[in-house]
Write a protein that binds this ligand. Structure first.
Ligand code: RFL
Ligand code: PHB
Length: 401
């Protein structure tokens, strides 16, 4: 079969939240892009992941025309509960930070909104591609190559390429001399989606001697809950009854009831911190999970991915519409300041709330002391609240096309 050759300004690998929002923002600046994705649209729309958005992320999505369903269906939260040693404490973010809040709106819904917006605007997205490769990354005309669903080889000449292909993607390994910082945690999360109204008004983060548990939600009718489990736990070892019994145990509080319902979905996710730098090599730029991963305890991954893309879209606008490389040159450094803040916060929340398999009583006492401090000192509570609700919000100011 002959090779199909084509041309786009920005080649984007990956139709997750990062790749899709990037193509949406670029279109607002009059820049064309092609998104290639190795899964189907249905798979991308159903993949259960994040749920919690910082206020800055919500404002960003609203400001670029993606706020309609988010405003109708998102659930605004003004704080969280921290539970430990049989007590549940409320942290009031609005009061601590002068009005900040967060919103529950599932990543699946953001991805659906983005697909709908891109396809309605005639955006180019190729699903079910394979054999993705890149060449000419240090030239002004890098080439993105892939096999379409029908097995046809495509070679697309681009001005720049964005690697938005997640942690297991092909983009990051193409960057030579990458510096990497990494921490694997000795536990994982078992997450469930259950058909039952949430038993709480705000998220409950519970440190328990048997391990961490989190009660979060998706809608007024659907709850999402997580349990700390050993890494590589086979999901078959957790039948539904066992999951509910353990959640009842780790979230228990006198006078409060955890409602149970049918489990719609369950999966085990490993916990990792990972930062790679620089986030750029020649004309290839990494964004989102392709460049960095945080454990989900701080609810930062999706927020970071979307923040990267705002910085990147602005930099591409300057580079491609005005010929100015300054923001593209600053891209990695600009993002990494926010990435490291989120990496520290996520590590800190994770270390405070999980019980490691080899943990001694000294460490347990330090965790409990830290939790007592965060729930009794206004200064400590404010530190948590301002990081959780978003310390480095980004704004998108589209450059005039
Ligand atoms: P994604 O979502 O992984 O998308 C990457 C896309 O690239 C595709 N791909 C390829 N396409 C073409 N060719 C290839 N060779 C390809 N290789 C991969 C993939 O199929 C996919 O479609 O990365 P992106 O866009 O950077 O988005 C990052 C977020 O998905 C992630 O950070 C969050 O889900 C993390 N996260 C949370 N973040 C939050 O901000 N708040 C939360 O409450 C939150 N909770 C969570 C989370 C992640 C979790 N899991 C399962 C990891 C809770 C959990 C349990
Ligand atoms: C979620 O709603 O899935 C969620 C919320 C907060 C977290 C992690 C996950 O810290």
């Amino acid at each position: 079969m002959a090779v199909v050759r084509g041309r786009t300004q920005v080649g984007i690998v990956g139709a997750g939240p990062a790749g899709l929002l990037l193509s949406h923002l670029l279109a607002l600046s009059g820049i064309d892009s092609l998104v290639i994705e190795n899964r189907t649209r249905a798979y991308c729309e159903a993949r259960q992941r994040a749920g919690l958005l910082e206020a800055g992320t919500v404002e960003l999505l609203r400001s670029v025309g993606l706020g309609e369903r988010l405003d109708a269906e998102g659930m605004e939260h003004g704080g969280i509960y921290l539970q430990f040693a049989g007590e549940r404490h409320h942290l009031d973010f609005r009061e601590l930070t002068g009005g900040r809040w967060v919103t529950i709106y599932a990543q699946t819904e953001i991805v659906k909104d983005l697909f709908a917006a891109r396809l309605a605007a005639g955006g180019a997205i190729e699903f079910s591609v394979s054999g993705v490769s890149m060449s000419g990354l240090t030239t002004d005309t890098p080439v993105l190559s892939y096999l379409s669903e029908t097995g046809q080889r495509h070679e697309i000449t681009c001005d720049v390429i964005a690697g938005c292909d997640g942690f297991h993607g092909i983009s990051r390994p193409l960057i030579p001399d990458l510096s990497v910082w990494e921490r694997a945690y000795p536990y994982a999360w078992l997450g469930i989606l259950a058909e039952v109204p949430p038993s709480t008004d705000e998220l409950i983060y519970s440190r328990h001697e048997e391990g961490f548990a989190l009660h979060t939600m998706r809608t007024p009718h659907i709850s999402r809950l997580y349990l700390q489990v050993p890494p590589d736990t086979p999901i078959e070892s957790w039948p539904d009854d066992r999951i509910w019994a353990e959640l009842q145990h780790r979230l228990a509080l006198p006078g409060w009831t955890l409602k149970e319902g049918p489990i719609l979905e369950k999966a085990v996710t490993p916990m990792r911190s990972f930062v790679a730098a620089p986030m750029r090599y020649g004309r290839l730029f990494l964004a989102g999970d392709a460049a960095h991963i945080v454990p989900p305890t701080g609810a930062k991954g999706l927020n970071l991915a979307l923040s990267d893309v705002v910085v990147l879209a602005t930099a591409f606008g300057e580079l491609l519409n005005r010929g100015s490389p300054a923001l593209a040159d600053a891209y990695s450094g600009t993002c990494l300041a926010r990435v490291w803040r989120a990496t520290h916060f996520s590590w800190w929340m994770t270390s405070m709330l999980h019980v490691a398999p080899d943990q001694d009583t000294f460490e347990s006492q330090l965790q409990l002391s830290q939790l007592r401090y965060v729930t009794s000192s206004r200064a400590a509570a404010t530190t948590l609240a301002e990081n959780y609700s978003g310390y480095h919000p980004v704004r998108y100011n589209p450059p005039p096309p």
